[in-house]
Design a protein around this ligand. Structure first.
Ligand SMILES: Cc1ncc(COP(=O)(O)O)c(C=O)c1O
Length: 380
């Protein structure tokens, strides 16, 4: 591919030496599990996010599982979450024997519709998962208000949104618990797998630390049933290096996104899908002719609140997204579809108890472009 979605070799090249030193430090220490690198990383990323408790874990999927377990989700419970998300969000709910209750998406940022969250709270609701999709925070205030009213914890699935903000508040600091992924495609990616849990609640942090090692504070004395959900020392050491470069990496992503927005407006006559945010209501995208390219909309207009983990456009009308994807592939430009099928349509979740028209449309029309791309000809 001439333009890949991500070039990790090129991304790591400027700090190759630092990564090699980190590797040697761990190799020479002989400590590979829950040692000084994990402790150091937890301290440093906690300070970067601005949260008192940060717990390094195996990956973002397990982070969600641990967060839900920590707030007591179990069989028979319901957890409200978006249907347009990565599988792990709803999968974690089901892994604990609980039922994901889905909400539709907003046509502005594609995050969950805040007004639908409040409407779906019922007697079995045990938690709400607000996903910050593609690097942009969900509209947290109405979600937090509804949750507080019913005494329900909010988990922020910030796997894609480290550093994103909602009205100046960092992702992972607004709800009861925040969860993050360090999958290599994330803005802070490990050289392998990794995840993080954040919370302001000391007792929840303590519980999560126990759950991370089979529910034991003291080795071989198990207070609860957890698992092996540890972040590796080596990955923590690499993440500490990459964290030092995160601010400049995010700055570059924002500059690239601005350039791409301007370029697509110019070359593809791309437009914003709507004039204002509709996270709290039912407003729809502009009525446009099929084949129109709709740009990603930033609900949080303050500079620096979107982290552009993915730059996701929408191509309107049946088949047009796939046609554009093929045309770009023919000129060696890689793209990705996040996500071709919503959670309520997955074979393993055999209940559909609502209508999710926007999410279904997004699954047919959205496509992520490489942030580094510059697109010359209008291709549709
Ligand atoms: C929204 C969301 N939640 C959870 C996860 C799971 O993270 P991981 O791949 O580290 O398990 C991802 C990963 O892509 C994600 O995008």
């Amino acid at each position: 591919m001439k333009v890949p979605m991500l070039d990790l070799v090129a991304e790591h090249a400027p700090y190759r030496g630092e990564l090699q030193s980190a590797f040697e430090r761990v190799l020479d220490s002989g400590r590979f599990v829950l040692g000084p690198e994990v402790e150091g990383f937890e301290r440093e990323i906690g300070a970067w996010i601005g949260v008192p408790h940060a717990v390094g874990v195996s990956n973002g999927s397990d982070a969600l599982l641990l967060a839900l377990q920590a707030v007591g989700v179990g069989p028979g419970d319901e957890v409200i979450c978006p249907t347009y998300t990565f599988f792990a969000t709803a999968g974690a709910v089901a892994r604990l024997g609980a039922k994901p209750v889905f909400v539709d998406s907003a046509e502005c940022c594609y995050n969950l519709r805040a007004d639908q969250v409040a409407a779906k709270i019922g007697p079995k609701t045990k938690a709400i998962i607000a996903v910050h999709l593609f690097g942009q925070c969900a509209d947290m205030d109405p979600i937090l208000t509804a949750a507080q009213k019913h005494g329900i914890p909010v988990i922020e699935d910030a796997a894609q949104a480290l550093g994103a903000k909602d009205k100046g508040r960092q992702a992972g600091t607004m709800g009861t618990i925040g969860t993050f992924s360090f999958f290599p495609t994330k803005n802070l990616g490990a050289l392998g797998e990794g995840g993080l849990i954040t919370t302001k609640d000391a007792s929840l942090a303590e519980k999560i630390r126990k759950l991370r090692v089979h529910g034991a504070k003291q080795k071989y004395f198990h207070e609860m049933i957890g698992g092996n959900f540890r972040l590796h020392e080596l990955q923590a050491a690499f993440l500490r290096v990459k964290l030092r470069h995160l601010n400049s990496a995010l700055r570059k992503r924002r500059q690239s996104a601005e350039k791409l927005l301007a370029g697509l407006r110019d070359k593809w006559s791309a437009i914003m899908p709507l004039d204002s945010c509709v996270c709290r209501g039912t407003g729809g995208a502009k009525d446009v002719k099929p084949g129109t390219v709709l740009l990603p909309f930033s609900c949080h207009s303050a500079e620096g609140e979107h982290t552009w983990n993915q730059f996701v456009i929408r191509v309107t009308g049946p088949g047009n997204r796939d046609a554009l994807k093929e045309k770009l592939a023919a000129v060696s430009i890689q793209t990705e579809v996040y996500y071709p099928r919503a959670m309520h349509e997955q074979a393993c979740f055999d209940h559909v108890d609502g209508a999710y028209p926007i999410s279904e449309k997004l699954c047919m029309e959205t496509m992520a472009l490489p942030l580094s791309g510059s697109f010359s000809a209008p291709l549709i």
